[in-house]
Write a protein that binds this ligand. Structure first.
Ligand code: ATP
Length: 351
């Protein structure tokens, strides 16, 4: 099913939770809604589900206006953070419950529920109660229950928040597997950038109710539209330096250093943002900055150098073979893929 949001807005008294959201999701795609706490992720999902009625704008499923339709008539399946399983029912009864409510004949319902249990790999746990399941198994049950009525759209609200780190990774891969197998359009709310980056066809990044960027994950990482996007994605976060552009160079604040930039812009205050992994030890007159090594951390195969340039502290992922020393002054080359310049006035990426 295709999903389209046209200037969708949600106001709670004087709080604008979601502002004029435009979004188009193609059939069979998995879109994550990502952003910090309170940015409007859940409100957006609840409007799509029909739990909240938008205060403005239109919602379409396959060109059909959905605004007035109740959740049960929207052909959606929903999975919540707390799974919302019925504790007194077995796994099988939980999965069958939506079919029972629809008065689907028992034989057909049983077959369908078992098929879904097999799909999410809990076919051997049908007689257990939710309290006798692990977190991951409870989540699988909730997914099977959401799928049992053959929804055309699957909605997840922070489904992995209650699982430990390893299980989160396993379950997100499972969700992606099931989603692809069924080719079902899916919207996945999360505040975890790694989760969103790893499973999505497209990511919608929001802040304060407003869309910051909507693009495939790698594109969002490599071509952030503004400073918020650049700094929200990446761990450790992108490095930031204050500068000013004039004479086709960016002059770093409180230092003698400058770097060339191809631009017609002049006299503009800016923020230079550089990914930690975009640095390397420069040789010759590369596109580079001079920095002092403050300390060095071992991170697996590589090293993380904490360096200073003027008043600013930066992080650089370097190779162990680089053999840099504490207190040494080094020349850090910069790969252009991880280098961005944002206007200080509006925080937009400068052309
Ligand atoms: P979190 O990650 O913390 O769940 P979120 O991105 O899902 O956050 P929302 O729950 O959509 O954010 O909330 C967006 C804004 O709307 C917040 O400022 C929130 O306080 C407000 N809000 C959400 N629901 C209501 C409500 N029922 N009544 C009033 N304000 C609300």
């Amino acid at each position: 099913m295709k999903v389209k949001l046209n200037n969708l807005s949600m106001k709670f008294q004087d709080v604008v939770a979601v502002k004029e959201l435009n979004l188009s999701i193609d059939k069979g795609k998995l879109v994550s809604i990502l952003g910090p706490s309170g940015c409007g992720k859940s409100t957006t999902l609840y409007m799509i589900a029909g739990i909240y009625k938008p205060t403005d704008g239109e919602l379409f499923f396959n060109e059909k206006l959905m605004n007035g339709l109740e959740p049960e008539h929207r052909e959606i399946g929903m999975v919540f953070q707390n799974y919302a399983l019925y504790p007194h029912m077995t796994v099988l009864q939980n999965i069958m419950f939506p079919l029972k409510m629809q008065k689907v004949p028992k034989r057909g319902a049983l077959l369908r529920a078992k098929e879904m249990a097999d799909l999410v790999q809990i076919g051997h746990l049908l007689d257990r109660k939710p309290s006798q399941l692990s977190g991951g198994q409870q989540q699988r049950t909730a997914i099977a229950r959401a799928l049992v009525r053959k929804p055309k759209l699957l909605l997840f609200d922070e489904p992995l928040s209650n699982l430990d780190a390893r299980l989160r990774i396993e379950m997100r891969e499972e969700i992606r597997r099931i989603q692809k197998e069924l080719a079902i359009t899916t919207i996945f709310v999360t505040h975890d950038q790694e989760e969103a980056m790893s499973i999505s066809d497209e990511v919608l990044l929001m802040n304060e109710g407003i869309v910051q960027q909507y693009s495939p994950p790698q594109e969002m990482y490599d071509q952030p539209k503004n400073l918020f996007v650049a700094s929200f994605l990446g761990s450790p976060p992108i490095n930031q330096l204050k500068g000013k552009i004039f004479g086709k160079r960016i002059h770093l604040m409180e230092t003698e250093q400058s770097i060339p930039i191809e631009t017609e812009i002049a006299n503009e205050d800016c923020t230079i943002a550089i990914r930690p992994e975009a640095f390397y030890i420069a040789e010759g007159d590369d596109f580079s900055l001079t920095a002092k090594v403050e300390f060095i951390e071992q991170v697996g195969r590589d090293i993380m150098a904490i360096v200073t340039i003027g008043q600013a502290t930066l992080r650089a992922f370097l190779a162990r073979e680089d053999q840099i020393q504490q207190d040494e002054t080094i020349k850090l080359g910069i790969r252009k893929t991880g280098f961005h310049v944002f206007s200080s006035a509006n925080e937009q990426n400068l052309p």
